[in-house]
Design a protein around this ligand. Structure first.
Ligand SMILES: Nc1nc2c(ncn2[C@@H]2O[C@H](COP(=O)(O)OP(=O)(O)OP(=O)(O)O)[C@@H](O)[C@H]2O)c(=O)[nH]1
Length: 610
């Protein structure tokens, strides 16, 4: 089993770590709150400072009129075997104080540092460690004295503020209450006892201390209180005789004062039989033993709290994302991972794991055929226009057998119309892909915490889509152009045979009629040819679009981005991983708390089960 020293030391270390991380109670069940501690409470002038100093064997507490203690003072006492005696503050841990007058000044200065000269109070504790051969291992928290009236320069609210602060300490079930009352005042009116009774009605965690026994009126005795009859507590009352004001003025040595106190009880006719259970030295030992006992009892529940909190903090960190690495290799890795996460979502949208990809097929199945159907071929290949185009193509010499040039022009003119639907398909698919990028971005949870990277990836993806669109546009226009470049010879060979079969100029002597029929025939031939081309393009445009845009988007949406990122220097990578500052702060504070809880667990593991 652990020694007393190590258990109290353990709690000391955890308490200090809590303070460093700003954990001194507050929302939820904090580690600080779970740690047992001794809180010293008492009314003004009850002798609180005197008791603490006597326990330490040194005068080191600021004195003065009004409310001097305005921040909790966590006083950690460490017994040294070496005979060395010094003090250290957590807020300036490098400095060793051997002059206790300087300690007093430092407490006053440090109090003002947080509260300002306003004389207000603050619940941020000051941690003071005292190493001395004259102490037992013990941690006490000195709190502002309970008061009834604010003095000049202090806000009126200070009376309630102090009560609230003191209450917040003594309320927690792990707090051991050291309730200081002066013997020369009716115990029923003691501020300390009043508060203790409220927060600990059964008296199981209250230690009653009665000061100023030497100042009682002649003929009166405090035996009723000291023997637990006046106010019953689970622990025995301890009587104390501190230095009087005159002693303080004369600078009476604390160790000498302790001896005098001892003698007082030894020789006291009323309290002699209780002498071995009285005095500040006895009080210190009693508290030390009790604190150690309580700590030992609480260790399993403290560990349980720690483990539970670690789990919660880990879960929270997972939710908001782990901290980002600082070296550029790891940053690059993180960026690429995030890109891949986005890319996965995007591919699922295209391939069908998520919705949206079907809209590409709709472009081919609906939009393109509808657009093709709307092309104005009946106007372009109307009798009138055919006649016009063919005549113009013939020039001054009308064609003799077949209007080769006229056919060409009619066909070229018609094929030109296909460019519109071809480009429209490219644009429609582009819009679908863009929308899928937007959706995928929104659905990539991991990216949410990196607004800069998110914007960078979106820009890169849209850039690529733009390039794919351009390539696709060129390709489909080329497909259309190809239809003009070389006509399907077969088709015309067949035509060449047909008129000879069908035409019967002998049966028609009317030249006009002949011409009309002739142009009609040309129109219908071109219409048939264009119908064939239309059919071809209706099939080949989707292939080109998928090839140039959809397939590329699946395959290489972020390729350019990867190359760019690979060339970036370290700061640029860091900038890309810029996070929302609020989130960063939150993570930092969670990470720090996690560290605190983990090291507390390690400490407990190493000390408690030795
Ligand atoms: N004779 C005698 N005087 C005491 C005893 N305890 C405290 N005093 C005197 O009572 C006065 C107040 O004591 P402090 O220890 O300053 O009391 P406190 O509760 O810390 O007071 P505040 O911090 O001002 O609220 C001082 O003048 C002490 O010398 C005691 O047991 N006997």
């Amino acid at each position: 089993m652990a020694t007393m020293e190590s258990l109290i030391g353990l709690v000391n270390r955890i308490q200090r770590a809590c303070t460093v991380l700003g954990d001194h109670g507050g929302e939820g069940m904090s580690l600080w709150e779970a740690l047992p501690s001794v809180a010293v409470v008492g009314g003004q002038s009850s002798g609180k400072s005197s008791v603490l100093e006597s326990v330490v064997g040194r005068d080191f507490l600021p004195r003065g009129s009004g409310i001097v203690t305005r921040r909790p003072l966590v006083l950690q006492l460490h017994k040294t075997e070496s005979g060395q005696e010094y003090a250290e503050f957590l807020h300036s841990s490098k400095k060793r104080f051997t002059d206790f007058a300087a300690v007093r000044q430092e407490i006053a200065d440090e109090t003002d540092r947080i509260t300002g000269k306003s004389k207000a109070i603050s619940n941020v504790p000051i941690h003071l460690s005292i190493y001395s051969p004259n102490v037992v291992n013990l941690t006490l928290i000195d709190l502002p004295g309970l008061t009834k009236v604010a003095v000049e320069g202090q806000p009126d609210s200070i009376v309630q503020d102090i009560e609230m602060m003191v209450r917040s300490y003594v309320e927690k079930p792990n707090s051991i209450i050291l309730a200081i009352s002066p013997a020369n005042q009716d115990i029923a009116t003691s501020d300390a006892i009043k508060l203790a009774r409220e927060v600990d009605p059964s008296g199981e965690r209250t230690f009653g201390v009665l000061t100023k026994l030497d100042l009682m009126d002649k003929g009166t005795s405090a035996l009723d209180v000291l023997e637990g009859r006046a106010y019953r507590l689970q622990h025995p009352w301890v009587g104390i005789v501190n230095r009087s004001q005159a002693d303080i003025n004369k600078n009476v040595d604390m160790i000498y004062a302790r001896r005098k106190e001892h003698e007082y009880f030894e020789s006291s006719p009323e309290y002699g039989h209780l002498a071995h259970k009285m005095g500040s030295e006895y009080l210190a030992k009693l508290l030390s033993q009790h604190l150690e006992l309580v700590i030992r009892q609480r260790i399993p529940s403290i560990l349980a709290l720690i483990n539970k909190t670690i789990d919660e903090l880990n879960a929270e960190l997972d939710r908001i994302g782990r901290p980002i690495a600082v070296d550029s290799g790891a940053q690059l890795y993180t960026i690429l991972e995030l890109c891949r996460a986005f890319d996965r979502v995007f591919k699922q949208h295209i391939d069908g794991g998520r919705p949206g990809g079907d809209r590409i097929y709709k472009v081919f199945d609906h939009q393109l055929p509808a657009a093709l159907k709307k092309l104005p071929f009946d106007r372009h290949l109307s009798l009138k226009n055919v006649q016009k185009v063919v005549s113009e193509a013939d020039g001054y010499q009308p064609h003799l057998i077949a209007p080769e040039q006229g056919y060409r022009r009619l066909i070229d003119g018609s094929i030109n119309y296909f460019k519109g639907p071809a480009e429209a398909s490219v644009d429609a698919v582009h819009l679908v892909l863009k929308e899928l990028v937007r959706k995928s971005m929104a659905e990539t949870e991991e990216l949410k915490r990196f607004p800069t990277l998110q914007a960078d990836i979106a820009a890169a993806a849209n850039d690529s889509l733009e390039r794919f669109r351009e390539a696709s546009r060129k390709t489909v226009l080329r497909l259309v152009d190809m239809e003009s470049s070389y006509l399907t010879v077969e088709f015309f060979r067949k035509l060449h045979l047909e008129p000879e079969k069908n035409q019967n100029p002998n049966s028609n002597s009317n030249v006009d009629r002949y011409t009309d029929n002739h142009f009609k025939k040309i129109g219908s031939n071109v219409t048939a040819y264009i119908g064939m081309v239309c059919e071809t393009l209706r099939n080949s445009i989707p292939k080109a679009v998928v090839h140039c845009q959809v397939r590329e988007a699946r395959r290489a949406l972020l390729n350019n981005f990867y190359t760019q990122v690979g060339r970036r220097e370290k700061e640029k990578l860091g900038q890309m991983l810029d996070e929302d500052p609020a989130l960063m702060e939150k993570r930092n504070s969670i990470a720090k708390r996690l560290e605190l809880y983990k090291s507390a667990r390690d400490e407990i593991d190493s000390v408690a089960w030795k």
